[in-house]
Design a protein around this ligand. Structure first.
Ligand SMILES: *Cc1c(COP(=O)(O)O)cnc(C)c1O
Length: 379
């Protein structure tokens, strides 16, 4: 095989329904209903049903979903919000944008998700919320966290940007938290043809507030109740999402199956740590992330053999320069930014291999064989 295995291949994804997609998008263009109209309302209903959460507000991106969720929960300057140290910067940006302080918590070795035990030490009078990220598609156990913190005043927000459809014991993500935020960035498990996001909650008050804030603080034209934002979902994106949503369960199942194949084939390599799939956890593998020895050399070796890979994320948030103001704001020695050793170590070892529903078994074989050859040469 003269291979080029892309990290993500959206052409392959849309091929089976390309014609329907174009037809649907053209009908939105013909209707001239472009923002918060029929397609958006339809998507909010369908995605609510899919996620088994009562209320949904379509917004302009995953980042604005997180920001508006925090605003709806009244998070503001003077508050602290705990987030994991290994996540995409957007989780932190949303907190900083409200004026609140980012408090970093290290991640757990097995799941890569925020460490429940370490959260406890970070809670103080100013802690108003915790954002847990269902990282790489791996659902985080919110129910256990709630038991551990045992404080109803602290709100729990799920950053579900990578985990549409993930569940634990048949409980979909978002069920036990106050609010769950999704991104439909084109490369996510469910992706638009541009930016889009959604906020979901079983609490109607929260979603009504988000709906007010996303649209200039108004409920009717020119009746502005509060100062809001422009963070609306548009109908062309909603139309793409409506067309794709019916495939999402099948795609997730395929991702899960491919991850199991990778796990099985990589199991005997001592230099590679494969992701743990816990019993009763439905991990939807937005990313298939392994930890490896000689990460950078392996990545270059794979690149030379036509295999694209990624790193999620190469710099722990504890080392990100954009957050230096938050770092200095905490007391030096016991600053939470100084206690993220697992995230910092992992950032040098993690490697994301290609995973998407259209990836072929023979492509996985090719990738695994190249990894084996790399380590044979090393010995
Ligand atoms: C993609 C992503 C976001 C941001 O979503 P956008 O739609 O790009 O704004 C937030 N958090 C995580 C974990 C993500 O992967």
């Amino acid at each position: 095989m003269s291979a080029h295995i892309k990290f993500l291949d959206l052409n392959k994804q849309i091929k089976p329904f390309n014609k329907a997609l174009i037809k649907n998008v053209i009908s939105v263009i013909k209707s001239k209903k472009f923002i918060l109209k029929d397609e958006v309302l339809k998507f909010e209903k369908s995605f609510s049903l899919f996620s088994k959460i009562k209320y949904c507000a379509g917004v302009s991106s995953g980042t604005s979903a997180l920001f508006l969720a925090l605003k709806a929960l009244n998070i503001q300057s003077g508050d602290e919000v705990i987030i994991p140290a290994n996540t995409f910067i957007a989780t932190a940006e949303a907190v900083v944008s409200t004026g609140a302080k980012v408090c970093l918590c290290d991640v757990e070795e097995e799941t890569y998700n925020i460490s429940c035990n370490k959260i406890l030490k970070l809670i103080n009078d100013k802690t108003k919320a915790i954002i847990v990220v269902n990282l790489y598609g791996n659902p985080f156990d919110v129910k256990s966290l709630k038991k551990i913190i045992n404080n109803k005043k602290i709100k729990i927000i799920e950053d579900s940007a990578q985990s549409h459809g993930a569940r634990i014991n048949n409980n979909q993500i978002g069920k036990f938290s106050d609010v769950s935020c999704f991104s439909f960035y084109p490369g996510k498990n469910l992706g638009a043809f541009g930016d889009a996001g959604a906020v979901l909650s079983n609490n109607k008050y929260i979603i009504d507030k988000v709906k007010l804030l996303r649209d200039h603080g108004r409920s009717k034209k020119y009746d502005h109740k509060v100062i809001g934002y422009n963070a609306r979902m548009d109908d062309i994106q909603a139309c793409v999402l409506n067309t794709k949503l019916k495939y999402l369960s099948k795609w997730n199942a395929k991702r899960h199956e491919l991850a199991k194949i990778y796990n099985m084939k990589l199991k005997n390599l001592s230099q590679v740590t494969t992701p743990v799939i816990k019993e009763n956890y439905y991990h939807v593998f937005h990313l298939y992330v392994i930890r490896v020895k000689h990460r950078n050399k392996l990545q270059n070796f794979l690149k030379k053999h036509g295999i694209d890979t990624g790193i999620h994320y190469p710099i722990s948030l504890s080392k990100i320069s954009a957050l230096s103001a938050n770092r200095q704001a905490c007391k030096k020695k016991d600053c939470c930014f100084n206690h993220c050793s697992v995230s910092e170590k992992f950032s040098k070892e993690i490697l994301s291999l290609p995973i998407y529903p259209e990836l072929k078994h023979k492509e996985i074989n090719y990738i695994v064989n190249k990894i084996k050859i790399f380590y044979e040469k090393k010995n």
